[in-house]
Design a protein around this ligand. Structure first.
Ligand SMILES: [Ca+2]
Ligand SMILES: [Ca+2]
Length: 125
């Protein structure tokens, strides 16, 4: 009887521990849909988010020149452009302020901060 109660307690502890591990989100993972590029108006993936499947030569007013953190959740595969290049001016003009590798998340970048106006998917940086 005592033995079986002890076993139950150990089993319950293991189940609780496993549950905690499964429910914990990956540290620092930005909330950005799979296959998309996301930009936030504030650092640390805060504030309004913009997200795109494809290229955009003219960002919406709320994110243009307001981008402060970024995440590339693009899909990788043969022949698929999975890097993201961000530009200072519309229609992929001006300086490239930032380039993100597939899966890369940038919670702050002083050079690129509040400068983005357009982006495109590319095969590299
Ligand atoms: Ca900003
Ligand atoms: Ca700009």
């Amino acid at each position: 009887m005592i033995k079986s109660r002890l076993f139950s307690a150990v089993a319950a502890a293991i189940i609780a521990l496993t549950g905690a591990l499964v429910s914990a989100a990956p540290a620092g993972a930005a909330d950005c849909p799979s296959g998309q590029f996301c930009a936030w108006e504030h650092s640390d993936f805060q504030g309004q988010r913009a997200n795109w499947h494809g290229d955009d030569g003219w960002w919406e007013g709320y994110i243009a020149d307001a981008d402060s953190s970024w995440a590339n959740h693009g899909i990788e595969g043969p022949g698929i452009p999975s890097y993201v290049q961000v530009f200072d001016s519309a229609w992929q003009g001006g300086d490239m302020t930032l380039c993100l590798a597939p899966g890369q998340e940038v919670n702050w970048n002083g050079v690129a901060n509040d400068r983005g106006d357009s982006h495109r998917w590319a095969m590299g940086c």
